[in-house]
Design a protein around this ligand. Structure first.
Ligand code: SAM
Length: 219
């Protein structure tokens, strides 16, 4: 049931074509929903800014953005002089992002298939991903994160901003509050479960920022 697509004024699935259709209006929709402090984008600006502040150091670093969209965050880091690489499967999102970051390496790729081979042999100071990984199942997220961890340089980090909850109870409460628009096709982060799955692989920290979103930091 494409519940969330009703919030953004359509009745489409948020697959590749869905994101292509949404790309032109994406920035505006996100801003409006954040302003109303509503699921799923409540806290969006604060979350993106928190990640920006952590990713902006060290200067001129190598950054990978998974699901960069229109480049709202990646574009700011690019303007600061960072070397941007990105992966996204929406051609329309990529062309908007490309206009903001002409020299970035942007790969059209579906992350349900893992990472593109061209990215697998690179290393990055920081890997960021905002509001993209909830399109992967929980097992898919863990599998992708395990592919990303070896690409992080020593002292580097993975920063994820997304719809996220500390516990499953909090997720269930939010679902009940937004039952008419809740998207059953998306898999939101439950931090306790993610941290348990990654316990042997990295250290994790969660900073809740709104009633339905926050920042997860992996080192
Ligand atoms: C909600 S947007 C977030 C965009 C941006 N990161 C932001 O914070 O504004 C989700 C992005 O992830 C991309 N995406 C979703 N599923 C994907 C997949 N399976 N493979 C690659 N990209 C995907 C979409 O095309 C879209 O650009």
């Amino acid at each position: 049931m494409p519940g969330f697509s009703r919030i953004i004024g359509g009745a489409f699935m948020l697959n590749q074509q869905g994101f292509d259709s949404w790309a032109g209006e994406y920035d505006k929709t996100v801003r409006e929903i954040d302003k109303k402090n509503q699921y799923p984008f409540a806290g969006y600006q604060k979350i993106v800014t928190a990640i920006y502040k952590r990713a902006v150091h060290p200067p001129q670093s190598r950054i990978l953005d998974i699901g960069f969209g229109t480049g709202l965050l990646a574009g700011r880091l690019y303007e600061e002089g960072h070397d941007l690489t990105g992966v996204d499967f929406s051609n329309e999102m990529i062309s908007i992002a490309k206009s903001k970051m002409p020299k970035a390496q942007l790969y059209e790729w579906d992350i349900t298939n893992g990472l593109p081979p061209a990215v697998m042999n690179q290393s990055f100071d920081t890997i960021i991903s905002t509001y993209a990984l909830h399109h992967l199942t929980d097992a898919g997220k863990v599998s992708l994160i395990k592919q990303l961890l070896p690409l992080v340089k020593p002292g580097g980090q993975i920063l994820i901003g997304d719809v996220a909850f500390q516990t499953h109870q909090e997720l269930d409460q939010c679902r009940r509050n937004y039952i008419e628009v809740w998207d059953e096709n998306e898999y939101y982060f439950v931090y306790e479960e993610l941290a348990a799955s990654l316990a042997e692989h990295c250290s994790c920290e969660f900073t809740p920022i709104s009633h339905c979103g926050g920042v997860i930091e992996l080192k």
